[in-house]
Design a protein around this ligand. Structure first.
Ligand code: ADP
Ligand code: MG
Length: 356
């Protein structure tokens, strides 16, 4: 079998830059351990957005070679000094968050006309938008928490909103399209509402105010595949030990800020229902590639879909591989399937007629 040349992209202009490097190190290591199948080109994207070919996947080093993507049928990357061109078969974006996971990078890769791993432009953009994800989830019968939306520069009935919030405290105020809990506030008193909205609207033009799920348990289910075959994982739980909710500190700053329980201690019928909902949501969003769906469960066992991440953390300590390993799947084989899928999707599109 011919070797597949894979460009692994990581880093990026994103608040989740460092997390991405960890994820990519695992992906590169697993792919490189099958040299008969893969040749790896690790490409680091700096926080300024510059691309560098690395010897080994890491943060920036002085030996990194500046490269640039090129719009040519016979090459994907070129050294900035023109000394070489790389014609890869597949790009594997192992990046997270804004500019990376939201469809923008996927659109760029479409323009380069190269097969790439993960969800396409539409799914990525929808998955990044917490309101549109909820609307589609509701459409296929998945419970979501009630919410209101406030947009910068758009007038709204302050009195009605205040009343709505008063009846539901605590509420969570968050940017519509962001991650890592950045700009998210738990509002317990009505006086905090305005500042919370201001904080969320610093990061996005739209903010959601969600009814809080009291003492929420956070349960996760991972998924990969395409419309012809979708695999869902065991469910896992993440508990914060550091704070009131899963804020940025608990996620990344405080060592041991969270504990993982895989599989989650939840009734089998609930886990099965969550797996079914994960598959339905992935289908509704026309997912193709991988994702992780996050749920909030209240003390009565009622759960709500909270969000979907179309490029979830992929390091060995991340949930995505752990959840699948708990259901007996091998991570390296999942990566194989994802690369295969990228080629299949591209091949399916390549035969479409583009002129008439
Ligand atoms: N409606 C809610 N009820 C209870 N907790 C919430 C709610 N919304 C968010 N949270 C808490 O805030 C965290 C971050 O919110 P989330 O919507 O997942 O944003 P992000 O995309 O930044 O991860 C969640 O993991 C959870 O701990
Ligand atoms: Mg989240």
């Amino acid at each position: 079998m011919a070797q597949t040349k894979v460009i692994v992209l990581y880093g990026g202009k994103s608040t989740e830059h460092e997390v991405s490097v960890h994820s990519a190190q695992t992906v590169c290591r697993l792919l490189a351990s099958q040299p008969d199948k893969y040749q790896i080109y690790p490409v680091f994207i700096s926080k300024q957005g510059y691309w560098f070919l690395q010897k080994e996947c890491s943060e920036q080093t002085p030996d990194d070679i500046p490269v640039t993507p090129v719009l040519r049928p016979d090459g994907v990357l070129q050294a900035l000094d023109g000394s070489f061109t790389i014609a890869a078969d597949v790009v594997f974006p192992v990046v997270h968050g804004t500019n990376c996971e939201d469809g923008t990078l996927q659109g760029f890769l479409e323009t380069l006309n190269i097969p790439y791993v993960g969800c396409g432009v539409l799914t990525s953009a929808l998955g990044m938008d917490k309101e549109l994800t909820k609307l589609l989830a509701s459409e296929v019968g998945i419970a979501v928490v009630p919410y209101q939306k406030v947009s910068r520069g758009v007038a709204y009935d302050k009195e009605a909103l205040t009343q709505w919030v008063r009846e539901r405290l605590p509420v969570f105020v968050k940017p519509v399209r962001l991650g890592s809990s950045v700009g998210v506030t738990r509002v317990t008193q009505i006086e905090q509402l305005e500042a919370a909205l201001e904080a969320a609207l610093q990061f996005d033009t739209d903010a959601l105010i969600e009814q809080g799920v009291d003492h929420a348990r956070e349960i996760f289910c991972a998924v990969y595949g395409d419309a012809t075959s979708i695999r869902t994982s065991a469910c896992g739980e993440l508990r914060t030990v550091a704070g009131e909710f899963f804020d940025y500190n608990a996620k990344y700053i405080v060592a041991g800020g969270c504990e993982t329980q895989v599989p989650a201690y939840i009734p089998a019928h609930t886990a099965n229902a969550m797996r079914r909902d994960t598959e339905s949501l992935f289908r509704a969003l026309q997912g193709c590639g991988l994702a992780r769906v996050d749920f909030l469960m209240d003390k009565n066992g009622q759960y709500y879909m909270s969000e979907i991440n179309t490029l979830p953390g992929m390091s060995e300590t991340s949930l995505f591989p752990q959840l699948f390993e708990a259901s007996g799947e091998n991570y390296a084989e999942i990566l194989d399937r994802l690369i295969q899928l990228a080629k299949e999707v591209h091949a399916r599109k390549s035969v479409l007629t583009t002129s008439r």
